[in-house]
Ligand binder design. Structure first.
Ligand code: PMP
Length: 404
C-alpha cells in the first residue's frame, strides 16, 4: 500500500486533537504514536508493578513487558544481543553514563575527539570529564556548510585518542555523518566510537553492527515514544568493560558491609527503578516503526523539505545553515531572515499555528562556526503535509511584512 501522510497522521492522537496545528518541531520531540500510547495505557491499567523485584504474578507480567521492550529496542538497532540495550532516561543520560563509566578510566593526556557540530549533550559531558580527569579534547573541524570535514580526521583522532564521540546526524543542519571513515580511524587508534543517534533514529531503523560503533545513544521522545526514556546500546564487550556509573538497587551482585559486586550489563547500568512504562511505550513505538516502509516515508519528507528549501531561497534576506541539497540529509531546515530575531519569527509563526524552534538549538559551537547566534529550524516527520509547508511560508511572509 502506498504511503499517505494524511493516513499516517491518524496514528498520532495529538494531531487529531489539534487539526489546525502545523507541527514542524520534530527534531525537538516527535508526537506520541498510538502504538506507544496504547502500550503505556495497557501497562498502567493491567500490569503496573515494579520490575526485577517481585515474585507475584503482576510483577512477573511487568518484568516480561519491560524485557520485551528491551528485545524490541535491540531489534530496531539490529543489536547482536538483547543485553546490549541499557534503558536510560534519554540521550543525555546515556552519554553522561559513558562519560563517567568510560571516562573515569582515562588518564591526564588521554584524548577524546568530538566534532564542532555536536549537540551540547555530546559536548558538555566531555568538557566536564576534561575538568575531572585532565583529558585533552580534540575537535573534528567542519566544512563551510557544517558537515564534518573527513579529510581532516588525522588532526583530531591521534594515537592518544581513547574515544571518538560524534553525532549520527546534526539537529541543526540535518547533515548525516558518514561514520565509516570515522569508525576506521577510531579503530586504527584503538579508540572507542560513541554515536549520538538522537536525530537519526526518527527516520528508520539503524544497524549498529554495520556502523562500526561501540556505543549508540538515543531518546524515546524523538521516535514518537514517551519522554523520560532512552537507550544506550553498547557492543557486548564494550559494555562489559565498563564499571557502573550510578549505584543503587538492581545493579548489584551482592552487597556486604565490606564491599559490593555488580550485576552484568545491562542491569549494571540500570540502578534504581527504571522508566518502566516509558520503556514499554518505547518498545511498542519501535516495533510499529520497524514494520514501515521507510523508503516511502523518507521520500515523502525529503520531497517536502526540498520544496521548502526551494521556496525559502526565494525570500529576500534568507540564509540557510548547512547544506541545501538533500543528499545525506535529514528533513531539517535551519535558516535566518535578515534583520529578524529567530524568537520573533517563531512568535509570528505561532500565530499562524506553526510550531517551529528558534534559538541556538543547544549547539552553540556549531552556531559559532556559522557566525550566528541562532536560527529558526523547521524539522519534518512523515505526518507533515504540503499544508504545513504552505502555512510556514505564509507565516514567514507575514513576519517579513510585520517585523521589517
Ligand atoms: N543529541 C542530539 C543530536 C539531539 O538533537 C538531542 C535533543 N535535541 C540530544 C542529543 C539530547 O536529547 P535529550 O534531550 O532527549 O537527552
Amino acid at each position: 500500500m502506498k504511503f499517505s501522510a494524511h493516513e499516517w497522521r491518524g496514528h498520532f492522537p495529538l494531531l487529531a486533537n489539534h487539526p489546525r496545528l502545523h507541527y514542524l518541531d520534530n527534531a525537538a520531540t516527535g508526537q506520541l504514536c498510538a502504538a506507544a500510547f496504547d502500550a503505556v495505557t495497557h501497562h498502567e491499567l493491567t500490569q503496573r508493578a515494579n520490575v526485577l523485584r517481585g515474585t507475584y504474578r503482576l510483577a512477573e507480567q511487568a518484568d516480561e513487558a519491560y524485557e520485551k521492550a528491551r528485545r524490541q529496542a535491540a531489534a530496531y538497532l539490529n543489536a547482536a544481543g538483547v543485553d546490549e540495550v541499557v534503558f536510560t532516561s534519554g540521550t543525555t543520560a546515556a552519554i553522561n553514563l559513558v562519560a563517567h563509566a568510560f571516562g573515569d578510566g582515562l588518564k591526564p593526556g588521554d584524548e577524546v575527539a568530538l566534532s564542532l557540530a555536536e549537540h551540547h549533550s555530546n559536548f558538555v559531558p566531555w568538557q566536564m570529564l576534561r575538568e575531572r580527569c585532565g583529558i585533552v579534547l580534540r575537535f573534528i573541524p567542519l566544512s563551510a556548510d557544517g558537515r564534518l570535514d573527513l579529510s581532516r580526521l588525522d588532526a583530531a583522532i591521534t594515537p592518544r585518542c581513547r574515544l571518538v564521540a560524534v553525532t549520527h546526524a546534526s539537529n541543526v543542519t540535518g547533515a548525516v555523518t558518514d561514520l565509516a571513515p570515522i569508525a576506521a580511524a577510531a579503530r586504527a587508534a584503538g579508540a572507542r566510537l560513541l554515536v549520538d543517534g538522537a536525530q537519526r533514529v526518527q527516520h528508520g531503523p539503524v544497524d549498529v553492527q554495520a556502523l562500526g560503533a561501540d556505543f549508540y545513544a538515543f531518546s524515546g521522545h524523538k521516535v514518537f515514544a514517551p519522554t523520560g526514556v532512552g537507550v544506550l546500546w553498547g557492543r557486548g564487550e564494550a559494555l562489559a568493560a565498563l564499571p557502573p556509573f550510578l549505584g543503587g538497587g538492581g545493579m548489584i551482585g551482592r552487597v556486604t558491609a565490606a564491599a559490593t559486586t555488580y550485576a552484568a550489563p545491562p542491569r549494571r547500568f540500570e540502578a534504581g527503578t527504571p522508566p518502566i512504562a516509558q520503556a514499554i511505550g518505547l518498545g511498542a513505538a519501535l516495533d510499529w516503526l520497524r514494520a514501515l516502509v521507510w523508503e516511502e516515508l523518507n521520500a515523502h519528507s525529503a520531497r517536502l523539505a526540498q520544496r521548502l528549501i526551494g521556496e525559502l531561497a526565494a525570500l529576500p534576506g534568507l540564509t540557510f545553515l548547512g547544506p541545501r541539497d538533500l543528499r545525506a540529509r535529514l528533513p531539517i531546515v535551519a535558516f535566518n531572515l535578515a534583520g529578524i530575531h529567530p524568537h520573533d519569527l517563531c512568535q509570528v509563526l505561532d500565530a499562524h499555528h506553526v510550531a517551529v524552534r528558534g534559538g541556538h538549538h543547544c549547539a552553540q559551537p556549531l552556531m559559532d562556526c556559522f557566525g550566528v547566534e541562532g536560527a529558526v529550524r523547521a524539522s519534518l516527520a512523515p505526518y507533515n503535509t504540503g499544508a504545513d509547508i504552505d502555512a510556514l511560508l505564509e507565516g514567514l511572509r507575514d513576519a517579513q511584512r510585520k517585523l521589517k
